[in-house]
Design a protein around this ligand. Structure first.
Ligand code: PLP
Length: 367
């Protein structure tokens, strides 16, 4: 039986979906950069499977063309704006972001012929500003002020789009549910297909909440509620306390975290859609996260940032909760390249009070 037929037979998937996934994977040719987004491998983390007696599986989202999971959201948001008639050739895409979504948007804007305008706090590393500029974006580094201040970079991005009027869109990644829809339409189906439906739990952290909410929605629907979904949260984020208090308390924001791109002070529109589907929440301390950054490198040869490492720690905790014999899926959001100056620096680690176990100390190569 051909691979495609086997996949169709085993995945119990609507014919057309499996066909589309399989053909895109095996034909080898995609039409331009936007079509190269997604279809990432699901990597079994063998050392952690052996440790837990579960299958620990991670979507390698760092393999997207812009280098992160946020390429999916960026593409979905632009596709949605085009469908709604808000963007046409020569149009402008505006976002307030310091990170991966801006990179994804900048790539797609070049590929589709749009102007990309990014507002970000001026406290961000010059390398981030330069990367966006060299991808052709117009970058506005502005004073870092609280969200409640009208001069906050998010509000300035929105105002910029309003000033331009027609053929301009403020992508609004936190509350634009085209973000979550990217994961209902791609990440979730890929996980289901790649595991042939043999998935027991999903866990990941949230920034906008798009990834967690979209994958959770898809896997819950597809499994009729069987797949358990756990929200993983870093210190300083309110969501762990919110879920543990049965959605009563949004004020517990104790601590702070070395992770970037995750942690929230509110329930975004992307997350609120699926908040009732969440089975439980886990809080992951930075010390465990940093050790996992190094363990993944040492045992698996995988070089990822702190949000990915936190997700993997959460997957191991979920495996322990469920017991041996289960499959737990998470995501590797981006690689460690952007963060290497910090994550592998002795001085930086000391400044954060983090320690690296002796057997991994050889990877601390920067002073
Ligand atoms: C490195 C990294 N990890 C995780 C996330 C969280 O993804 P989401 O916004 O889908 O919740 C982000 C979001 O920007 C990110 O940049």
């Amino acid at each position: 039986m051909s691979f495609v037929r086997k996949l169709r037979a085993s995945a119990k998937f609507p014919f057309s979906s499996v066909n589309r996934l399989a053909i895109r994977t095996f034909s080898g040719i995609v039409q331009g950069l936007p079509e190269a987004i997604g279809q990432t491998p699901l990597i079994e983390l063998k050392s952690l499977s052996a440790l837990t007696g579960c299958k620990i599986l991670a979507k390698s989202e760092f393999q997207n063309p812009g280098g992160s999971i946020k390429d999916r959201a960026a593409l979905s948001i632009i596709d949605d704006a085009e469908r709604r008639g808000q963007l046409s050739p020569g149009g402008t895409v505006i976002e307030g972001t310091a990170g991966n979504t801006g990179i994804g948007l900048a790539h797609i804007c070049r590929a589709r012929g749009y102007k990309c305008v990014i507002y970000m706090p001026n406290t961000q590393a010059p390398s981030k500003i330069n990367l966006l500029k060299l991808l052709g974006a117009e970058v506005h580094p502005v004073p870092a002020v609280a969200y409640t201040n009208p001069q906050n970079y998010n509000h300035l991005a929105k105002a910029h789009a309003e000033r331009l009027g027609s053929n301009a869109v403020w992508t609004n990644q936190f509350d634009n549910i085209a973000n979550r829809n990217a994961h209902i339409e791609t990440t979730g189906p890929e996980i289901w297909s790649q595991t042939a439906g043999q998935v027991d739990a999903f866990t990941c952290s949230t920034g906008t909440g798009g990834t967690f909410a979209g994958v959770t929605r898809y896997l819950k629907d597809k499994s009729q509620g069987r797949v358990k979904c756990y929200l993983a949260d870093p210190p300083g984020s309110v969501l762990y306390g919110y879920i543990k208090s049965n959605k009563q308390d949004l004020s517990d924001r104790k601590g702070s975290s070395i992770t970037e791109g995750i942690g929230q002070g509110r329930v975004t529109d992307n997350l609120v859609q699926e908040i009732d589907l969440i089975d439980d929440a886990l809080k992951i301390e930075d010390q465990k996260t940093i050790e996992m950054v190094y363990e993944l490198l040492d045992k698996e040869g995988i070089y990822v940032g702190a949000s990915s490492a936190l997700n993997v720690v959460a997957a191991v905790e979920v495996a322990r909760i469920l017991g041996p014999g289960h499959s737990v899926v998470t995501v590797l959001c981006d690689s460690a390249h952007k963060y290497s100056d910090r994550l592998f620096s002795k001085t930086w680690l000391e400044s954060k009070g983090l320690t690296i176990p002796d057997h991994l100390a050889k990877y601390v190569v920067l002073d």
